[in-house]
Design a protein around this ligand. Structure first.
Ligand SMILES: Cc1ncc(COP(=O)(O)O)c(C=O)c1O
Length: 384
């Protein structure tokens, strides 16, 4: 028997159909800003139940485009959860505005609408909800708050593409929804992202912003004239990336279904195991399971997490921790005066979190190996 192979926490799936799609695009004559970009935008928007899609070269760029579309100004405040990747809050800082952290629900680790209400000031302009791990937030409650205070509602759906809430698709639950197509996500374009929206003015503004603030696309500039109307960026994505994205999108439903099967296997095994609990689920939500997160219970959770994490890594599982609460990063402390104790629920949860391997190519025996290794880790750590 050789050493068992490593199982990462996430991995892309690339097949022959993807390779053909990319090589066809590479030889089509359009490398960027061509027909595959528009086709990909329309396909993702349709799948999301939204009217428009703006494809860009990362999820972070999509978040930045959305903040521009909302016309965020210096001094404005935007409410964000701390339990997310830094980009969800950084996009607010890019605009010279201030991210204000509202704590999460202890069961689901999704932004807590009651905490959002507490953080509203006359400067608040909007809310960015993050569908942590792949579970849509309580958008009905967030919408009520947004409407009451005249705020925008953005959904960071980088974890939740393919999910839904009360039968309504992720992509149709907020004013603008953002996706990432990084390789660890549900589907990939290498690097890439998209903003989807029903609002044609947001769509127009995001298209301008991703192209330096210039009004016309390159292909429309038959002559020499174009106009830069605002300061934008080059956030364009290539045609061959979008060709890959289109090919991947065709397999998204089966991939999300497989993620749910894997989660159900983990849930069943962990339900009878002492010492850890999976995250809570909203009844109304259909989870897309970008991540499968466990929370260690008991005393000294931080030390226990380190020991379990190290054990799992030593035994070939590429586990991760999602996330160090954003407000605890030095940049946030120094720039926005955030500090320990600001979001106690997220800080307490962080001490015990571990993300286990979760990707559609995992076989049932891989899932069971993860389960057995976690069980062994809990026993080892408790006897140490
Ligand atoms: C919740 C969340 N938001 C935003 C991003 C940024 O996406 P990208 O890496 O494509 O820029 C990520 C990626 O890790 C993410 O997990």
């Amino acid at each position: 028997m050789g050493t068992p192979k490593n199982i990462p926490y996430g991995r892309q799936s690339i097949d022959e159909q993807d390779l053909k799609a990319v090589t066809d695009a590479l030889t089509s004559g359009w490398l960027t800003t061509g027909p595959k970009v528009a086709e990909f935008e329309q396909a993702v928007a349709r799948m999301s139940g939204a009217a428009h899609g703006v494809a860009v070269n990362s999820g972070t760029a999509a978040l930045h485009c959305a903040m521009y579309a909302f016309d965020l100004q210096k001094g404005d405040e935007v409410i964000v959860p701390p339990m997310t990747f830094a980009a969800s809050a950084n996009c607010v800082a890019y605009m010279g505005a201030t991210p204000v952290f509202a704590d999460v629900d202890p069961e689901t680790l999704l932004i807590d609408p009651a905490e959002v209400e507490k953080k509203i000031t006359p400067e608040t302009k909007g809310i960015i909800a993050v569908d942590y791990a792949g579970q849509p937030c309580d958008y009905a409650a967030l919408r009520r708050i947004a409407d009451k205070h005249g705020l925008f509602l953005a959904a960071d759906g980088c974890h939740s593409i393919g999910g839904s809430l009360n039968g309504e698709k992720v992509g149709s639950l907020a004013d603008i929804t953002l996706y990432s197509f990084h390789p660890v996500k549900h589907m990939t374009t290498g690097e890439g992202g998209m903003a989807v929206t029903d609002n044609s003015e947001y769509d127009r503004r995001m298209r301008i912003f991703r192209n330096h603030g210039i009004t016309a696309d390159f292909r429309q500039r038959d002559g020499w004239f174009y106009e830069m109307q605002d300061l934008g960026f080059n956030y364009r994505i290539t045609d061959f990336q979008c060709a890959l994205g289109l090919s991947q999108l065709s397999r998204l439903p089966e991939w999300v279904a497989r993620r749910r099967e894997i989660a159900a296997m983990y849930d069943k095994e962990f339900a009878v195991l002492d010492g850890l609990s999976p995250l809570g689920k909203l009844k109304a939500a259909k989870h897309a399971y970008h991540l499968y997160v466990i929370n260690l219970e008991g005393e000294n959770r931080s030390d226990k997490r380190k020991a379990v994490f190290d054990y799992l890594r030593e035994h070939g599982l590429g586990v991760q921790v999602h996330y160090i609460p954003v407000h605890l990063h030095p940049y946030y402390k120094e720039t926005f005066g955030t500090h320990e104790g600001l979001c106690p629920v997220a800080e307490n949860a962080y001490d015990g979190l571990i993300s286990l391997p979760m990707f559609p190519l995992m076989k049932n025996e891989d899932v069971m190996r993860v389960v057995e290794t976690v069980k062994a880790a809990l026993t080892e750590v408790s006897v140490r």
